[in-house]
Design a protein around this ligand. Structure first.
Ligand SMILES: Nc1nc2c(c(=O)[nH]1)N[C@H]1C(S)=C(S)[C@@H](COP(=O)(O)O)O[C@H]1N2
Ligand SMILES: [Mo]
Length: 326
């Protein structure tokens, strides 16, 4: 039984979905439980955020991952799906909700390449099934100074990484977003070097908090939030969490990311949320929580070190000068 990760973090036994619960959920997914009681009446661990019913439901169990669920109230769905950064669909916050309807999310494949013993191209549905779906309520802090609280649905990226068996040369993991001009009007603007590419150190990618998300608010992901699957790295600025991924590549050398290529002095490789390291053009000490009311009247919140996940991830950066490796 896994109760201690390679990184030395204690996970409660409840982190692992009991097999009976998992099988019951599978039944539910297959529709066999259609006439029976709702699963969250059978087992409170199955209770998850109820979706607004706009998209297909994506059943999951509430994750017991230590510290992952915050006490913060989730951002209203309406705000989380109309105030977005997804430059492939335009740079205004309202553009992705308006334009991402043109994104075709099926069929969809994800290629796993590079320094792995088992390179493969996975069909979306096969990929989504490799681990049980969990709901995790994470804070998302954008480098621009706003934040949200989102109940994601997915599983730890480590589940996939273990299955593809990285070689000894794999030191970094690169995440590549779809870049299709026919579907993404924003690609006509040379804002970034498309495709949108992000990367993590292998140990960051393996950290149990790092998540591949397939849904949010009890339902599949809306296109503007990165359908059909995206990365979520809750202790880093939002731009590290690439949307609509088509490629995950394992490499030896630290790759340049799209944001580093466009403005290296503003967007570092690490991009850990850090209230003590300001962006060259603004302070990172506070943030505005989207959906909390009037922009001018609502008090800004203090930004937390590593976005509040310091006890879980601080060790990854022991001894590093976080002003230099920002
Ligand atoms: N492919 C792609 N992924 C992306 C972005 C983008 O423009 N393109 N924007 C990033 C930024 S800056 C943030 S803050 C988050 C926003 O996620 P949300 O719109 O779901 O809140 O997505 C990130 N992932
Ligand atoms: Mo962002």
């Amino acid at each position: 039984m896994r109760n201690r990760t390679a990184l030395g973090y204690q996970l409660p036994a409840a982190d692992i979905t009991p097999r009976a619960q998992y099988l019951r959920r599978r039944e539910w997914l297959q529709g066999a439980a259609g006439a029976a009681l709702a699963p969250w009446l059978i087992d409170p661990a199955l209770a998850q955020t109820a979706g607004p019913g706009k998209r297909p439901a994506l059943p999951a169990v509430r994750s017991a991952l230590v510290g992952a669920a915050t006490m913060d109230k989730p951002t209203p769905y309406e705000d989380a799906t109309t105030y977005n950064n997804f430059y492939e669909f335009g740079t205004d916050k309202s553009d992705p909700a308006r334009n991402a309807g043109s994104l075709k999310t099926r069929p969809w494949t994800v290629a796993i390449e590079g320094e792995v013993r088992k390179p493969q191209t996975l069909d979306f549905d096969a990929l989504a099934r490799i681990a049980p779906m969990e709901e995790r309520i994470y804070r998302l802090r954008c480098v621009e100074g706003w934040s949200m609280v989102i109940p994601w649905i997915g599983w730890s990226l480590a589940e996939l990484i273990r299955r593809v068996e990285p070689t000894g040369n794999a030191k970094f993991v690169q995440f590549v977003t779809l870049a299709d001009r026919a579907q993404m009007p924003g690609l006509r603007q040379p804002i970034l070097n498309w495709p949108y590419t992000e990367a993590l150190r292998l140990d960051e990618a393996m950290h149990p908090l790092t998540m591949l998300a397939f849904g949010m608010y009890g339902e599949t992901l809306p296109n503007q939030n990165g359908a059909p699957l995206r990365l979520v790295v809750p202790w880093k600025y939002g731009f590290k969490s690439g949307k609509s991924l088509v490629k995950i590549r394992f490499v030896e050398k630290q790759p340049k990311t799209s944001w580093e290529e466009s403005a290296p002095e503003e967007y570092g490789f690490y991009a850990n949320v850090n209230p003590r390291v300001d962006h060259p053009r603004w302070s990172q000490a506070t943030e505005r929580r989207i959906g909390e009311g009037n922009i001018l009247l609502t008090k800004r919140r203090e930004t937390l070190m590593f976005n509040g996940y310091e006890s879980q991830v601080g060790q990854l950066y022991a001894g590093m000068d976080l002003k230099r490796f920002f």
